[in-house]
Ligand binder design. Structure first.
Ligand code: SF4
Ligand code: SF4
Length: 204
């Protein structure tokens, strides 16, 4: 899978959840249509009167998530950019998504502003396979966050973590090791290691 595959999957899902932060610091989420996708990113729009519009402009960030019918969860944390050529982008969005004419007929469409996400990180988390499979991608050069857990040299090889892991994602060795692509990030191994040899990757 590639980052372009993920972008096309977002477009095929079309209706996905966008989360932003309100003026009072509270999380707010709503369903937004992915109107276009190309090799660079995702495109969407919203009306200038909406709280969502204010939140996008103020924070410049959004978290986007969607789920396919095959239980593949797609997650994108990215930087949001307002696009300059409003008429071009809104007309193109309406051309490729004609159902928008029913919601914003005629020139009402120009209350909408176009946005793109071309920078950030994408994760595809496939819950439809056994073991689960996860993969992260950089979008436009964005950093990919290393999440989950790591087994350090403090491991004494007792095997407790491997026995407890619900996805059998821990391999025997010196030290034992976690197959990151199969890890749920549940923390069960971390909580039960008798010598605290398992650490959170974000705290390393
Ligand atoms: S529980 Fe801790 S000491 Fe035991 S095998 Fe796992 S990492 Fe190593
Ligand atoms: S965090 Fe959970 S899924 Fe991942 S290796 Fe540890 S026990 Fe297994």
């Amino acid at each position: 899978m590639t980052v372009q595959d993920c972008l096309q999957m977002f477009r095929q899902l079309r209706d996905v959840t966008f989360a932003t932060v309100s003026k009072t610091g509270r999380p707010e989420a709503r369903i937004i249509d992915i109107m276009l996708a190309d090799g660079d990113g995702l495109y969407f729009c919203t009306a200038r009167g909406k709280d969502f519009y204010e939140q996008l402009l103020r924070t410049g960030e959004a978290a986007v998530v969607g789920l396919t019918k095959d239980w593949q969860m797609l997650r994108l944390n990215g930087t949001v950019t307002k696009l300059d050529d409003q008429k071009y982008w809104i007309d193109r969005i309406f051309e490729e998504n004609p159902s928008m004419n029913g919601v914003y007929p005629g020139d009402a469409r120009y209350i909408l502003e176009p946005f793109a996400i071309k920078y950030g990180e994408i994760e595809c988390f496939d819950l439809g396979t056994t073991p689960i499979h996860r993969e992260s991608f950089s979008l436009g050069g964005g950093d990919v966050t290393e999440k989950g857990y790591l087994i350090t040299d403090g491991c004494i090889g007792c095997g407790t973590c491997a026995d407890l892991c619900p996805q059998r994602a821990i391999d025997e060795g010196a030290p034992y090791s976690i197959r990151q692509e199969n890890c749920l990030h549940c923390g069960l191994c971390f909580e039960n290691c008798p010598v605290s040899a398992i650490v959170n990757r974000e705290e390393c």
